[in-house]
Design a protein around this ligand. Structure first.
Ligand code: HEC
Length: 439
């Protein structure tokens, strides 16, 4: 306290504190107003975890993938920080969604708050560009091919498409220039633009004030300052969110796919879940209607959302008096979640290849096992056919010991023992155990 008095006498802090915390909230503090500051908190978390990841990340095709593996395996707390950054991004998108939903439901975008809504929509799109550019950085197969899909879509936009593709890629193909460009945009350009946008968003908020409840009677009950109750609610939510993100980072692994291989055009990438609904939509539309979903619909959607306060001219804020708007909003949410559901169902119908199995397959090729073994009709017939080897030998331990010393397990075996690393041994065995008839 003495220190505070001392600093205050030099820097005159009290007026600043008062301006920051004395903002009146019509109708009083509420848990429903926490989503904006929750989003801001998550952005701060992204910024900090991002700075630490940048200490080790190398934005070149030769090193990006290895540098992420180094972060995951060698750095103290490396995989935790990467997990926070990964899940923080997801939860941030969720919080933005809830923040917009609350604004929409409460009609808080209506005059005089149109500008605040429009800046908010720009912030949403900056966040999505953050997600898109960040997705490429690990330089694994998913990153590479999902970005390829995104860039191809941009290429379909008439007139400016080719130009935009060149700007995005930085060259003739998706490569080193694209990666350094995405990295620079992700860590330098976007944070600058986003921070400027947040400042503007908050500046407008302070000029027009929070919207408060939709009913005038409740608003007339009196207002309450931002501190202490709203500050307390915001802080509780921030702490809870941090615990959720940390729990996800610690418990849900998200392994890298194989390193990006530009010549493997058979790879089918899966985007982040918040792009899945759109990815699903793309699957349904082909041929002459394709431009409709690749750019006409998204462009129209962006314009409608951006200018929404001017499209919805109904002055009422109470949802009960805004039938059409509520109907339009629910229809939109139903389509998005319906598509998301269909997409998830498709994804889990085909179990995705476990990365360990995929790597084991690569090891199998690398050591020339196919010289002696047949799998599904391919390879030599010196050793037994391995197409369904897991049915006969489902025991992981047996494979470990057999790979380390074939003769110890099968006396007289002519199978050589290979100088496998721990990881190769593990993944090769995973691959062997995936070879069953039961799938
Ligand atoms: C020189 C030929 C040869 C090569 C190369 C070879 N194997 Fe074998 N493999 C054999 C023979 C012969 C057997 C049968 C005797 C035994 O089980 O050791 C066998 C057995 C196996 C079995 C047990 C099959 C069963 O049903 O009992 C597995 C699994 C296996 N090999 C996997 C591999 C893998 C993986 C590689 C590559 C790292 C490999 N082999 C390379 C010759 C070979």
């Amino acid at each position: 306290m003495r220190l505070y008095e001392w600093l205050d006498s030099r820097l005159r802090l009290k007026p600043i504190r008062e301006t920051l915390l004395d903002e009146p909230i019509p109708g009083g503090a509420s848990w429903i107003y926490v989503f904006g500051s929750a989003t801001l908190f998550l952005f701060g978390l992204q910024a900090i975890t991002g700075m630490f990841l940048a200490l080790y990340y190398a934005p070149t095709p030769d090193h990006a993938y290895d540098s992420i593996q180094f972060i995951e395996k060698e750095i103290t707390f490396g995989s935790f920080v990467r997990g926070l950054h990964h899940w923080g991004a997801s939860i941030m998108v969720v919080m933005i969604g809830l923040h917009m939903l609350q604004t929409f439901l409460y009609g808080a975008y209506k005059p005089p708050r149109e500008l605040m809504w429009m800046v908010g929509v720009i912030l949403l799109f900056i966040t999505l560009v953050f997600a898109f550019t960040g997705y490429l950085l690990p330089w694994d197969q998913n990153a590479y091919w999902a970005t390829q899909v995104g860039i191809n879509m941009v290429g379909g936009v008439p007139v400016v498409g080719d130009f935009l593709v060149r700007v995005l890629r930085g060259g003739e193909s998706l490569g080193a220039l694209t990666l350094s460009r995405f990295f620079a945009v992700h860590v330098l350009f976007l944070p600058a633009v986003l921070i400027a946008g947040i400042v503007l968003h908050l500046f407008i908020l302070r000029r027009v004030g929070p919207a408060g409840p939709w009913s005038d009677e409740r608003a007339k009950l009196g207002s309450e300052t931002f501190a202490p109750r709203q500050v307390y609610m915001d802080a509780v939510v921030m702490l809870a969110l941090f615990m959720v993100v940390a729990a996800l980072a610690l418990t849900v692994p998200f392994d890298l796919a194989d390193k990006a291989n530009p010549s493997d055009t058979t790879f089918v990438p899966v985007p982040e879940w918040y792009f899945l609904f759109y990815y699903q939509l793309l699957k349904y539309v082909h041929g002459p209607f394709e431009p409709l979903v690749t750019w006409i619909l998204p462009a129209a959607f962006i314009l409608v959302v951006f200018f929404w306060p001017f499209i919805d001219r109904n002055p009422a804020r109470n949802p009960a008096q805004r039938r059409t708007t509520m109907l339009a909003g629910s229809a939109f949410l139903m389509v998005v979640f319906g598509l998301l559901g269909l997409s998830l169902r498709d994804l889990y119908a085909v179990p995705r290849l476990d990365p360990s199995v995929a790597h084991g397959k690569a090891v199998y090729v690398q050591y020339g096992c196919a010289g002696c073994h047949v799998i599904h009709g391919e390879g030599g017939a010196v050793g037994p056919d391995l197409s369904y080897v897991a049915d006969a030998r489902p025991d992981r331990e047996w494979h470990y010991r057999h790979f380390q010393d074939p003769q110890a397990m099968v006396p007289g075996s002519i199978m050589p023992s290979f100088p496998l690393t721990e990881r190769e041994l593990h993944d090769l065995t995973s691959y062997m155990l995936s070879l069953t008839q039961g799938r």
